[in-house]
Design a protein around this ligand. Structure first.
Ligand SMILES: Nc1nc2c(c(=O)[nH]1)N[C@H]1C(S)=C(S)[C@@H](COP(=O)(O)O)O[C@H]1N2
Ligand SMILES: [Mo]
Length: 524
């Protein structure tokens, strides 16, 4: 039985390192700066008094951090082996050990600068991996001990498990976990390195034609709680089908324009950014945005007009669509007319709010088409444009039941009060945003408690391609209330109250918010 101690320790070790590998892999794929173990090392460094740190650096030179990580790694190993041995008696003791380790890792991640809840995912995945692997390894060990006992004592000759069999199961599973761990580690490392490299290139990139965003005069209604008129890059909604987003070095990027054209055109990044820049405020929105949802954002985009590039290629008669392809294989079909439209700034964008496109938003180049939903136009990491006919193509989402054409539907949203809010009774500001891209918003109305529509005040806009902020004041008595909003566009169309789902071409209906007004304290 003594050799068994070793097997249980091994189970703990394999389990432990498989979990570390899984968490590292997830961290790299999510492009979180580093793995939880590194976060722990960083917290240790932060908590180390300066004198000790200094001495450590003097002794260890530049290897101090590597050494610290190594120490943490070894310490983990000891704890993993211990947890494995504990598993021989109970299931909960090793769970507690791994749980404590996960909490330590989670805390280290959580207290890093700028950490978000999402950054905890690698820790959660690591912990889940620990639980799964541990039970997968302890199960054959437990059966092995029973089989051995049965074989030696000959108490139970009918015992179905042969010790050789259970040993093999254990070794096979351990082996598989080690291999999987190594693969995850190697792939994670490659992914992480590519991402970091592109992130660095992006940071150093200077785009001369790109100007910083200057929020136009008068676009804010000045009510607290309304979405900021310019959506900061970090807060901009993100939708894509990529598990690992493409990381493309600008030097490797090129766009091929082909299909029904007189001559195929290939543009490199250098050539693209050397061209005349077009800049515009454009609101981008997702067809999957529910009424009142937040899959919408407004940014200052800088790029090159697509119409000019298509002209270089020479579009042939009969074509009505451009099939765009992303580096990751995602496709969308965009009406040719809106790309060549002389008053619409359909562009190959290279910058968002004055900064090179964030990697998640399509770095180095994506398409932006005012007035069309993202799924038919806003191709991120775009590398190919094929001039073609709608009749001859099927794009990613149109092959899945979504409409072929995707003009943005007029809509409006209440940002304040929030649904379920408690507000003081009396005069109350109601405010939000409305949009009807490329047509423009003429007016916005609100109705309190099912009463008559009353006009709201709307702020200025630089063009018809952005959202507009609106605000109104209502007088509310104590109790529950609802307020709803609707817009009218510049063509005179009133936003429909008919409730429709997002499939196949965007939701409709009036955004309605319920809130409660409480009697004001008057003795203050
Ligand atoms: N390569 C690629 N581009 C894409 C998508 C995608 O899945 N892959 N999704 C589209 C959809 S549905 C929308 S709404 C917008 C979202 O752009 P954002 O993530 O920059 O907000 O990107 C579009 N471009
Ligand atoms: Mo979308």
């Amino acid at each position: 039985m003594r050799t068994f101690r070793g097997a249980w320790s091994l189970a703990g070790l394999v389990t432990g390192f498989a979990g570390l590998a899984a968490s590292y892999f997830v961290a790299m794929v999510m492009t979180i700066r580093d793995a939880p173990l590194v976060a722990v090392a960083e917290q240790v460094i932060r908590a180390t008094p300066g004198v000790i740190a200094e001495r450590a650096i003097r002794i260890l030179g530049h290897h101090d951090k590597a050494f610290l990580q190594f120490v943490i790694f070894v310490l983990c190993g000891v704890l993993f082996a211990w947890a494995g041995r504990l598993a021989r008696r109970t299931w909960w003791a090793p769970t507690v050990v791994f749980g404590v380790l996960a909490v330590v890792g989670g805390a280290a991640v959580w207290f890093q600068r700028g950490a978000t809840t999402l950054d905890l995912l690698p820790v959660a995945v690591g912990f889940a991996t620990w639980l799964v692997c541990l039970s997968l390894l302890t199960e054959p060990l437990r059966r092995h001990e029973l089989a051995l006992a049965a074989a030696t004592d000959d108490l139970d000759p009918s015992h179905e498990d042969h010790p050789d069999h259970t040993r093999r199961t254990f070794l096979l599973r351990s082996g598989a976990m080690v291999v999987a761990g190594v693969v995850l580690g190697v792939v994670g490392r490659a992914v992480g390195r590519g991402r970091r490299h592109v992130e660095e290139t992006r940071r150093l990139l200077r785009l001369p034609g790109v100007t910083p965003p200057a929020v136009p005069e008068g676009v804010r209604v000045g009510v607290e709680g309304v979405s900021p008129w310019m959506t900061p890059n970090d807060d901009f909604y993100r939708i894509d089908t990529a598990i690992v987003v493409p990381t493309i070095e600008p030097a490797d990027w090129q766009l091929r324009i082909h299909g029904m054209v007189d001559r195929e055109v290939v543009v490199t990044y250098q050539q693209l950014v050397a061209r005349q820049m077009t800049e515009a405020w454009v609101t981008l929105n997702c067809v999957s945005n529910e009424v009142g949802g937040n899959l919408i954002g407004n940014a200052w985009w800088s790029g090159v007009r697509i119409a000019d590039l298509l002209e270089l290629a020479g579009v042939q008669p009969g074509a009505d669509a451009v099939l765009q392809t992303s580096e990751d294989g995602w496709t969308c079909g965009t009406p040719l007319g809106v790309l060549t439209d002389s008053q619409r700034d359909a562009m190959l964008a290279v910058a968002m709010n004055g900064k090179p496109l964030p990697i998640d938003h399509g770095f180095p180049v994506r398409t932006i088409v005012p007035g069309l939903f993202g799924y038919v136009s806003a191709c991120k990491w775009v590398v190919e444009m094929k001039v073609t006919r709608f009749a001859d193509i099927e794009a990613y989402w149109t092959g899945k039941g979504w409409s072929e054409k995707g003009p943005v539907k007029m809509s409006s949203r209440i940002d304040v009060p929030r649904g379920g809010a408690e507000v003081p009774s009396g005069l109350l500001a109601v405010a939000g945003v409305a949009w009807a891209q490329h047509v423009g918003i003429e007016g916005v109305e609100i109705a309190l408690d099912g009463g008559p529509w009353r006009p709201a005040r709307i702020a200025a806009v630089p063009s018809d391609d952005t959202w507009v902020q609106w605000a109104a004041t209502v007088d509310v008595g104590p109790g529950d209330h609802t307020v709803k909003v609707r817009a009218t566009d510049r063509s005179g169309l009133v936003q429909t109250g008919v409730v429709r789902d997002v499939v196949p071409d965007g939701a409709t209906g009036w955004h309605t918010v319920g809130f409660t007004a409480k009697e004001q304290d008057t003795d203050g």
